[in-house]
Design a protein around this ligand. Structure first.
Ligand SMILES: *Cc1c(COP(=O)(O)O)cnc(C)c1O
Length: 418
């Protein structure tokens, strides 16, 4: 009896979560996840049955509100229990298989990920890369932007089934300003268009139907200001026809769009849905509908531009030239000799504000997605940034920076970031 009842492996000690978390939550001003509104946090604490009348109504509303956010009339809107990358993988693995060809518009880590996924399932993958800088410059300068001529040339040379791209490349802060034109060219060549709008959806215009996009992917924790781990994607009729008529099986059971449609289209069991995350998503989308896309785009643009002006007025410089600069994630050059970790750590320790470093680039990044675009968060992050540079021995003009932020947050008394 004794040997059955007593565990050989003992429970670890000192496991209170409060030992790990700061006493005040950090203000998340990095490249995601972002702060969530109270309504989203509350909904995320609720579990209901994943099947049944209430959940059916929740799903119907999430789909209706998503149609608004994606600007599509398609009813093939599917949520995924998983990161944005899982939704990207659903897009890729449902319309590509061995023998299919895909052109990946590659601006960096995230847009490149579509290619990695397509290679994984044995599709034929070509990359059209934003032209890289020479090695000695590649960490200090952004890649040259993709051109429409480059895309047209690639599409004229080979027949592709699918073209993939991101609207915003979070890793380096580049904006794909010619997305609608690339999509139009791809469609002329008979290719499906898959778009990663993870950091951009609801922060800037994206018109799925008007731009003829076939699959648009987004995640929870960025533009939508919901929680990480529940993602959404929308399929055009053209994409759905391909999925419905494919003869081989989708290699992923969880990410099989036709199986997922059982739940998202017909309220039947596929797998147990991530209920709290879907309720949180409902609230995030509801807040977007209440604010309206137009007002939300304006808030994001005003906020990000004001932040950019403040950073420059302080004496720091931005990584990407204005014409290709992404407003959703602002990349800041690290001055010579600046230590990314030291700058960011001081902001955390002294001001409770967290921003992001970067993978291999000599930049730090501040997010401008959803709740990050609020005046109190902007003043706090810019002040903390300036103070941290000063503390680390760099000459910055905090007063000039704060003044530029303040003047740029207000367009007129009806249009300002609150
Ligand atoms: C964050 C991000 C992703 C990946 O999101 P995960 O939730 O980490 O999988 C993909 N694409 C873009 C543009 C992103 O910003």
């Amino acid at each position: 009896m004794e040997t059955i009842m007593s565990s050989e492996i003992l429970p670890p000690k000192e496991i209170a979560l409060s030992n790990l978390l700061p006493s005040e939550p950090l203000l998340l001003m990095g490249a995601g996840p972002v702060p969530i509104p109270h309504a989203v946090a509350q909904a995320n604490g609720v579990v209901i049955n994943h099947l049944g009348d209430t959940m059916d109504q929740v799903i119907q509303r999430v789909k209706l509100m998503s149609q608004y956010a994606f600007q599509t009339r398609s009813d093939k809107i599917i949520g995924v229990a998983g990161p944005s990358s899982a939704a990207m993988e659903m897009a890729i693995t449902n319309v590509l298989w061995p023998g299919k060809r895909v052109l990946v518009i590659d601006m960096g880590t995230f847009s490149n990920r579509f290619g990695e996924m397509a290679e994984g399932i044995g599709a034929e993958v070509d990359y059209l890369s934003a032209k890289s800088r020479p090695d000695h410059e590649s960490a200090t300068k952004p890649p040259h932007a993709i051109t429409l001529e480059g895309v047209q040339r690639a599409l004229a040379e080979k027949q592709y089934d699918v073209v993939t791209m991101a609207q915003g490349e979070t890793s380096c802060g580049m904006f794909n300003s010619i997305l609608p034109e690339i999509a139009a060219t791809a469609k002329e060549h008979g290719a499906l268009v898959i778009v990663d709008a993870v950091c951009t959806l609801s922060t800037m215009p994206l018109k799925m139907d008007a731009w003829n996009l076939d699959i648009v992917v987004t995640g929870g924790q960025k533009g939508l200001s919901s929680i990480p781990g529940v993602s959404v994607l929308a399929f055009s009729e053209t994409a759905w026809n391909i999925i419905e008529t494919r003869e081989n099986k989708c290699p992923h059971w969880c990410l099989d769009a036709t199986r997922a449609q059982k739940f998202w289209g017909h309220q039947q069991y596929h797998y147990t849905a991530p209920v709290p995350g879907i309720l949180a998503l409902h609230e995030a989308l509801r807040l977007i509908c209440t604010e309206t896309l137009e007002n939300r785009f304006e808030r994001h643009e005003l906020s990000s531009k004001a932040l950019q002006a403040g950073i420059e007025a302080m004496g720091l410089s931005l990584f990407v030239k204005e014409e290709h600069r992404l407003n959703s994630v602002v990349a800041i050059n690290l001055p010579e000799g600046a230590d990314s970790a030291a700058i960011r750590n001081y902001m955390v320790e002294r001001f409770n504000v967290e921003i992001s470093g970067a993978f291999g680039l000599n930049i730090i990044r501040i997010g401008q997605m959803g709740e990050q675009c609020r005046s109190h968060n902007l003043f706090k992050v810019l002040y903390a940034l300036g103070m941290s540079f000063k503390k680390n021995g760099f000459e910055v003009d905090i007063a000039q920076g704060m003044a530029a932020l303040e003047t740029n947050l207000v367009r007129d008394l009806d249009h300002f970031v609150d």
